[in-house]
Structures are given as C-alpha cells and as structure tokens.
Write a protein that binds this ligand. Structure first.
Ligand code: ADP
Ligand code: MG
Length: 416
C-alpha cells in the first residue's frame, strides 16, 4: 500500500470510495448515544432510582447534581436515562401524570433568555430569539407547564456556563417553581465538568440542586478499552484495526483523566488519517499521528480563546523563542510593551504579566522554570511548550496580533 499523496482530486475520491475502513463513522461522534454504556450500569441505575420511584407515584423527583471530569459519560448516561423515561413512561398507565424530559446544553444556551426559550419550546411554545422580557418567558413557561399535568425533568448540561455568564438567579427560580405550580412538577438535573462549580452557587441553590449527587469517576484504561471495542465494532469493518491500536488509544486517554471522548476521538482521527492515505488498516503509527493532530487542535483552540493581553504575552514569548534556555520575565515584559504600544493599546503592569505567565504555564502553552542565578537570586525562564505550528495558527486567528506579527510586523520585533 503506497502512502504517497494523491495527485488529483479524482484520485483522492477514488481512494476514498475504495476505502473499506469505516462502516459507519457517525458511531464515533461525541453526540451519538450508544445502546449500551459499558461500565456505567451503576450510574444508570442510580439515576433511574432517583427519578423513577417518584415519577410512578406522581411525585416530584429530587433534583440531582451530577459532576465529574469531561468524557466520563455524564451526558451520555443522562441522555440514556431520559430517553428511556420518554419512551417508556410518557402517559404510562402507571402514573396519572405525563412525563416530559428535556436536556439543554448551557454552553450554547448561556443566558436566562435562551434557557427559558428552550424550556418553552420543549412545551411547544415558539419564542422569538430576542425581544421578550425574561420575566414574561418565565411566566409563560410556568403557566403552560401547570396546565399540562406534567412531571417535567429538566437536565441542564454544562450548567456552569449558564451560571458563570448569567448568575444563578434562574436556577434559584427553577428550584422554587414547584411552590407556584398547582398541577405539575418540575425537577432539575444539573450537570457540570467543573469540580469547583458548587462554589459559584448561592447556598440556597446549592442545597436544593444537590438534593441528590452523583459523581462520575474517570475511566481507567481497561474500561476505556471495553468502550472502544464496543464502539469500534459499530464504526469499522471487521479486521481493519491492527492489534494494539485500541489498547494504545485507551492508554493515552486514561492518562488524560480517563476521558472517553478523547479515546473515541483518537480512534476516529486515526481512522481518518488511515483513510486519507488509502491504508487498508489502522495502525499504531496512525494513532500517534492522530494524537499529535488532536493536541495541535487543542492548543490552537486554547490560544484562539485567550484574552487579548494573554495572547500578547504569548506572542512575546514566541518572539523570544531563540533565546537559549528560555526568556526571562523582564525580557518578555519589554517585548510585550513594544507589542502593546505598536498596536495602540494601554499596557498592563509587569505584575499582571507575571500572573499571565503563570496562567499560560498552568494550561500548558508555555513552560516556566525557576532557576537560581547564584547571588542574583532566582529568575524564571520561559519557553514555548506547544508546536510552533499550533502557536502561529492560534495567534494568526487574532487578526490584529496575527496580522502584526506574521504579516508586516516590524522587522526589529521579529528578529532582534
Ligand atoms: P461527559 O458528558 O461526562 O463529558 P459524555 O457523556 O459526553 O461525557 O461522553 C463522551 C463520549 O464518550 C461520548 O461520545 C459518549 O458516547 C462516550 N461514552 C462515555 N461513556 C461511555 C460508555 N460507558 N460507553 C460507551 N460510550 C461512552
Ligand atoms: Mg457532557
């Protein structure tokens, strides 16, 4: 099998069509909910045991707070249980109530308006994207819900996004809504990756949202292997994955705090790389390259979303990349000042730049090492920790900074 690049688009298409790796790549996408969730049977049962007994009695289920690192199955498990409730219990003879479930992703819906809009829409009420008072949306939702004799289960996924952007007032209202409902009931499931999220909440919200709590632990390598094997059977044709590929993906993702999403991404991207090359099998080498590609994308995204001055500090470290042993905080500050002035902004203090250097270190974009300089005390030496390609791509996404440094920045700054 040759690994050369295809010469024409036709050639590429021909290779793609001939490629017999993916049976169904959708099965590796993060939003696909598999029919079974290995190693989460206990959590599925726990969540069901919190919700079901109340539902069949026509009572309000306790609110549930679910937390754990990303990729530990929180969204998948919740979706799985809610789907089951929808399909089995809606208008079931076991209960005089109807059951309605809705899952709202608060990363996309991070304002009170948007969440209330989604809640209304779940009950079939169309709401314009903007324009109505939030209080009115709340009233409409409450009235309609109450007229339906319904137990409504509202899962707010990534709920920290809502609270960080818009505060916890809506959560507070929703935990109190039952005292204003005569005929219906509402219970909340709050889901978050942020283990410190509880600190953001007002004590009253914290205790009512956390009537029950479920913690999702990270998967270990063996568990990830089972999960991958299961999904790989659905996604790939038999025999196309070389031995060792799945264990390697599992092992790498286990190191990333047991993240099943990372494991699945590794396998999917490895498959895509193999496919692009027209390879007949997915190999360990493909996984290694997939890992580099994913790391790079992650770094680019991280840089893209940095605040302006943090990007400038990073750009300064980048411009000093040829310094043997790394750049000192003082040197970085000098370049930062020149950049910020050249772009026409007010500089921040050296103290603040020092803090930013520590923050960039924590997220892994740079490496800062304290070194002793004998009687001159200790100095921090700073180096870039991601690939130059990721760094330039990330900085280029900022028109102002990227344009200045990479196209037409002053030569004096580029090469000192
Ligand atoms: P979280 O919400 O905790 O960040 P997700 O539920 O989104 O994690 O899971 C991430 C990915 O891993 C999804 O594609 C999901 O389908 C998959 N996944 C997680 N746990 C399992 C499991 N036990 N079995 C199969 N797939 C899983
Ligand atoms: Mg999730």
């Amino acid at each position: 099998m040759t690994l050369s690049m295809p010469t024409t688009l036709d050639d590429l298409l021909r290779r793609l069509m001939k490629n017999n790796l993916f049976r169904d790549r959708e099965k590796l996408r993060p939003d696909y909910v598999p029919e079974t969730l290995p190693h989460r049977e206990v959590h599925i049962t726990q969540l069901a045991q919190i919700l079901l007994p109340s539902i069949v009695r026509g009572a309000r289920p306790s609110n549930v707070f679910i937390y754990g690192y990303t990729g530990t199955g929180k969204t998948a498990v919740t979706r799985y249980v809610l789907n089951w409730i929808d399909s089995r219990l809606n208008e079931s003879p076991e209960s005089p109530y109807r059951v309605k479930t809705v899952m709202i992703n608060c990363t996309n819906n991070d304002t009170n308006y948007r969440v209330l809009r989604a809640l209304n829409e779940a009950l079939g009420i169309k709401i314009p994207f903007t324009g109505l008072p939030v209080a009115e949306l709340y009233e409409r939702f409450k009235k309609t819900l109450d007229s339906r004799m319904t137990i409504m289960i509202v899962a707010l996924d990534e709920v920290d996004s809502l609270v960080k952007k818009s505060g916890d007032e809506l959560l507070y209202k929703l935990t109190r809504i039952n005292s204003e409902l005569q005929n219906s009931k509402l219970s909340l499931i709050g889901i978050t990756n942020d283990l410190n999220f509880r600190d953001y909440l007002n004590a009253r919200v914290r205790s009512s949202l956390g009537e029950e709590e479920l913690v999702f632990p990270p998967y270990n390598a063996d568990e990830l292997r089972d999960i991958l094997e299961h999904r790989a059977k659905l996604a790939f044709y038999p025999g196309v994955i070389e031995d060792g590929v799945i264990p390697l993906c599992a092992h790498m993702a286990a190191r990333e705090h047991g993240d099943a999403r990372r494991a699945l991404d590794l396998l999917r991207v490895a498959g895509e790389i193999a496919e692009r090359e027209g390879a007949s099998k997915i190999t360990i080498e493909h996984v290694r390259r997939a890992s580099l590609e994913i790391e790079r994308d992650k770094a680019v995204e991280l840089i893209r979303t940095l605040p302006f001055h943090s990007k400038l500090v990073l750009a300064a470290v980048y411009l000093l990349r040829d310094k043997v042993g790394g750049a000192t905080t003082g040197e970085i500050y000098d370049i930062y000042i020149r950049l910020v002035k050249a772009l026409g902004f007010e500089p921040i203090t050296q103290r603040r730049v020092s803090d930013i250097i520590s923050e960039l270190d924590v997220v892994g974009l740079i490496q800062a090492k304290l070194q002793s300089r004998g009687r001159y005390g200790r100095t921090k030496y700073v180096k870039i920790r991601v690939s130059e390609r990721a760094l330039t791509e990330g900085l280029k996404s900022d028109e102002l900074i990227g344009g200045y440094i990479f196209e037409g920045g002053t030569p004096g700054l580029r090469r000192r």
